[in-house]
Design a protein around this ligand. Sequence first.
Ligand SMILES: Nc1nc2c(ncn2[C@@H]2O[C@H](COP(=O)(O)OP(=O)(O)OP(=O)(O)O)[C@@H](O)[C@H]2O)c(=O)[nH]1
Ligand SMILES: [Mg+2]
Length: 478
Amino acid sequence: MTTFVDRVELHVAAGSGGHGCASVHREKFKPLGGPDGGNGGRGGDVILTVDQSVTTLLDYHHSPHRKATSGKPGEGGNRSGKDGQDLVLPVPDGTVVLDKEGNVLADMVGHGTSYVAADGGRGGLGNAALSSARRKAPGFALLGVPGGLQDIVLELKTVADVALVGYPSAGKSSLISVLSAAKPKIADYPFTTLVPNLGVVTAGSTVYTIADVPGLIPGASQGKGLGLEFLRHVERCSVLVHVLDTATLESERDPVSDLDIIEEELKQYGGLGDRPRIVVLNKVDVPDGLDLAEMVRPELEARGYQVYEVSAVAHIGLKELSFGLAEMVGQARAAKPKEEATRIVIRPKAVDDAGFTVVQEEDGLFRVRGEKPERWVRQTDFSNDEAVGYLADRLNRLGVEDKLMKAGARSGDGVAIGPEDNAVVFDWEPTVMAGAEMLGRRGEDHRLDVPRPAAQRRRDQQAERDEAQQEFDDFEPF
Ligand SMILES: Nc1nc2c(ncn2[C@@H]2O[C@H](COP(=O)(O)OP(=O)(O)OP(=O)(O)O)[C@@H](O)[C@H]2O)c(=O)[nH]1
Ligand SMILES: [Mg+2]
């Protein structure tokens, strides 16, 4: 038997960015060659994409850890490292992506719909890219950023227009088998259906899909029988069909009380209240069944249900039913807002990359959080003083220094940049950063300085400010 898996936990890791390279061009008779270290390549993303040929999440059940490849480091001679390859994971239509807390990250409907589950890390800039008019010969490069990691849950919700619900053995699968070309398993014991079946019905010019779910019994919401687990598959349907058994041999059951019990279970599950419902009284080929159907029909109609008397086995009333459903599906489709185009790409939350926060925590530590400062820290080679100084300059220019000061940080206080489990902590020395400015900018070679006339100096200063602004705006070209 094939296993059907409709919920898996998946651990994805994007590729890391390659490190930038710090190298100096060497050529005979040219001792002061320029910096020529190339940039590191970008790490590959992990991308989920709806592929209609995929029908289960089984693959991910078997191997739940997936990783994209990392970017290669840059090299001397201005050679950039190769980008890592994106890892594309095909998922069935109707897959919902959730985080571990159960929040929906993406609802993937439509062939080609994609979701970037983990972002590849940027490659580090090499010293060639880091050099500028002010910083002619940087003796360092930036590190590649580690790739994003995410633990996600994938849930499959069948995409069907009509969903059949009812007691075990009411004849749900039998109905699908006669309304469509699908051939689900049918048998006279309860819980024959262990996974939802899907069929395509053509009624006149309307084509719609119909799905059943494993049978429900009283207490399903407490996990009795197969529980309500499978009801997620009916969440997307626009019409609910109660399949009621008019020929059950169980003395305590009858179609009306069956309906009440199933409705109660649906209510426990929640979220399906707004779906239009109809009632199908099945098995009217059985004489007692037909009598019972006639008996309960007025009561059901009085409750506002459209009632169809059918027999899946003797093919009675099927045409009326399939056209009746087609009409309801048509109405539901007309009422629905226009389907958004397929092939949408959903990225995880847009990063607010200008902002950062400084908060003093209970133990006195000042914590800096923000996309840029955190990334800059990860890109810093702390064994290289010049790289550390460059980081200090960048943080300073972003205003981290000022904000720390305003938050009450004093020399020697502990400052952490990043989240609790992955932060760089250091003792704050504001004078070092301020002093760095006075000593001249990093990477500046004073031997190359010549006295400048005042006008030239003003122009240079303006150019320098523009450049700093530019660098601030779009430092990483990736
Ligand atoms: N006489 C008669 N028997 C039927 C009819 N429809 C289904 N059955 C029988 O009822 C039994 C259960 O049918 P299924 O289609 O497997 O029922 P189900 O609702 O899918 O049941 P589960 O998958 O267990 O929830 C089978 O033995 C069918 O042959 C019908 O219209 N008339
Ligand atoms: Mg069945």
